[in-house]
Design a protein around this ligand. Sequence first.
Ligand code: NAP
Length: 458
Amino acid sequence: MPERAVRIAIIGAGPSAYYAAAALIGQEDVEVRVDMFDRLPAPYGLVRYGVAPDHQRIKSVAALYEKTANDPRVRFFGCVEFGKHITIDSLRPLYDMLVFATGAQSDRSLDIPGEDLQGSMSATEFVAWYNGHPDYRDLNPNLEVEGVAVVGVGNVAMDVARILAKTVDELKETDIAEHALEALKQSKVKNIYVLGRRGAAQAKFTNPEIKEFGKLEHADPVVLASELELDPHSAATVEQDRMARQNVEILREYAARGQGGKPRKVHFRFLVSPVEITGRDGRVAAMKIERNRLVSTPDGYLNAEGTGEFEELPVGMVLRSVGYKGTPLPGVPYDKRKGTIPNDHGRVLNPATGDVIPGAYVVGWAKRGPTGVIGTNKKDAEETVALMLEDVKHLRRAAVAHGQDKKLEDLLAETGCKYISFEEWQKANALEVERGKAKGRPRVKFINIEEIRTALGG
Ligand code: NAP
């Protein structure tokens, strides 16, 4: 077989995939060719479908990914589903190395009665809906309700609470999906309850995110001073941890403001856990919450423990925002407890033996779980790529010869896959931006592949 570049398939085209591709083409020791496959027609994963539409600065990182995507050594194949169009077995003969960059596509549940009622959903579904993810186009959340509970106090909870709290004027210059903008125009939501099971010092949101609630046009943050009192352990946390300290200071400032005069309220509640969602005619009608106290575990972690004191919140919608969770991929090892692909610093492991599976790697949330900001994935991907480059020397190469791209085309054609290339995506992207210009928006998104194909002329 003629000497050829190392052929690498990356499954997923989100931030971790692009950081891995950038690290692979950014080194000079090994010649590589990288093919990226994504189930969705558009690249960039959570940058397009997760990051809030009013956080355009964070989205500007896509320009970096585009640079990588435009490198002749990198190709993008959209609308290609792992498990349907491609599998481990069909990719192995074509690629020397496989990299899983599939993120965490599901979410954790609360395991409380009433979670299945209409109007109770995960924040991730709601996020996907307002960001124009094709699978959630028809979620149709009922915004004719006055009260919404958002469970969890991470940055995803901040995103959904803020989008619900903002006016259409505050959102109309973003790239929020048109259907979401239309629905939010009719919103009757007045009270948004953001619920932390532990105290303010344990909140996971970051300072800029909580600060934004102090500057909304139409909504006041409401905080009970009594829920900000710190036990000695939390006081010590606040001493040592700058982010926690500033979070508490911001919340104290909100508490001092009182109720405020704006029509919408975002109530930040701490030391409360949902215990039941109650319904009427199959729909969410209220949420029963229990007051908690913090209990220190032997390893110093502060756990929330119910006190037996209950309260009812009048809500018609519940968004659980208690963390993303990975989902298993067909034929790929999966750690059910962590929701990740078992790995040693990015080398995929056989869970039965603990041995490394040659030529299989993982990056991003599928590797370490759903934590960290977009940029965290850069270092994480570079760690995996460094191991890939170490392994190249001992690699058993796939039988495919240089220039045999035809085999991939055949494979995709055989499985009925009409993929979308990066060039096609770039044309669709330009059209989205063009549509946005007329409305003073960064872009007006196409939602599904049919819309894209129609716009591209069939
Ligand atoms: P997260 O930061 O892990 O927050 C999850 C929240 O859910 C925590 O407050 C957690 O409380 C709570 N929780 C978990 N189980 C619960 C239960 N059974 N009942 C009540 N509360 C429960 O997760 P995330 O908000 O999904 O964010 C994921 C990652 O994306 C984070 O690293 C985040 O910073 C990042 N992100 C960043 C941005 C941004 O930069 N603007 C935006 C969105 C997301 P405990 O602490 O008590 O477990």
